[in-house]
Design a protein around this ligand. Structure first.
Ligand code: FES
Length: 312
């Protein structure tokens, strides 16, 4: 669908609120907390952005977008090349970070990862659900979106904001929160380092209660020292070389295979593919240890050796 940019206001340094509506007004397709929409940005690239408003609001989509100065240009083009009144192609909402029904939630957000979490918080507040606490880590007050709303009376007791100043010695210590497994569902969205930290401290929790989402541009699906390898289809025998600077997903698509994906950062589970043979360098955040023997997330993971045998 084509949606009109109706409002664009700064939320924090380099973070902007974008509000989209139907050009003629009227209700938009419904969404649930945790959902995202795909936008074709002025740079031409498609990007997924989490919705941050209360899902009960059916006439607008609000997105929080960070101008990634070291990113791939798509989000920067949203910030620098759009103005109120522009009409952009936006796909219907999808949700790979669904808020399950629970009595208690722990929300953990880092930087721009606050956007889907804000949607969850607003949705719970609107329903009068008080069983949550939000931990929000940012570098500084200037880089903290929604700061005023989170410090507001109704939310203040349920929110802990921590600024680390970019100092690795000043990161928030989550271990006391996770030491004793509780009954909460945990939702974490933020930079890869934060999610790996939470994955690490929550290893003894039931993994079905730990949820991650990441559309961040800091994910390096391909690293400098990556090597080329081949993927072979277990049934057809088709063999394709994956270059050192490309992912399996991109390579297979290039070869004409129509494969699903969403986050393309190893967190949503959409690109899960059957692994038949070969040693994998697993780089995702979704597969549990026993699943890694039979599956691979092809948007980020690669071969340790020369070949992987898959069923895509
Ligand atoms: S597309 Fe989300 S894990 Fe691969």
């Amino acid at each position: 669908m084509s949606l009109k940019l109706d409002r664009k206001i700064p939320l924090a340094e380099d973070i902007w609120l974008f509000e989209f509506v139907r050009p003629q007004g009227g209700a938009l397709p419904a969404f649930e907390a945790g959902a995202h929409v795909t936008v074709i940005t002025p740079s031409g690239a498609r990007r997924n952005y989490s919705l941050c408003n209360d899902p009960a609001e059916n006439q607008r989509y609000q997105l929080g977008i960070k101008a990634e100065r070291n990113g791939r240009g798509a989000s920067l083009s949203m910030v620098e090349q759009t103005e109120v009144g522009d009409v952009l192609p936006v796909a219907d909402p999808e949700n790979s970070f669904e808020l399950v029904d629970a009595e208690e939630y722990i929300f953990i957000a880092g930087g721009i990862g606050i956007t889907p979490i804000m949607c969850m918080v607003r949705s719970l507040m609107a329903r009068g659900h008080a069983g949550f606490h939000l931990y929000y880590v940012t570098r500084s007050p200037e880089l903290t979106a929604f700061g005023e709303e989170l410090a507001d009376g109704a939310l203040a007791d349920r929110v802990t904001v921590h600024h680390d100043g970019g100092d690795p010695d000043n990161v928030y210590d989550f271990w006391p929160l996770f030491e004793k497994p509780g009954k909460a569902h945990v939702y974490c969205c933020g930079p890869r380092a934060l999610m790996e930290e939470i994955r690490g401290v929550s290893g003894h929790w039931p993994q079905s209660r730990i949820h991650f989402e990441d559309f961040a541009s800091d994910v390096q699906a391909v690293r400098e020292d990556d090597r080329a390898f081949t993927v072979r289809h277990a049934d057809t025998g088709e063999t394709i070389e994956v270059p050192a600077d490309a992912t399996i997903l991109d390579t297979l698509r290039h070869a004409g295979h129509d494969l699903p994906s969403s986050c393309e950062s190893g967190t949503c589970g959409t690109c899960r593919t059957e692994l038949v043979e070969g040693e994998v360098d697993h780089r995702d955040m979704v597969l549990e240890a026993h699943q890694r023997e039979t599956h691979i997330m092809i948007c980020v993971s690669r071969a340790r050796g020369d070949e992987l045998v898959l069923r895509w």
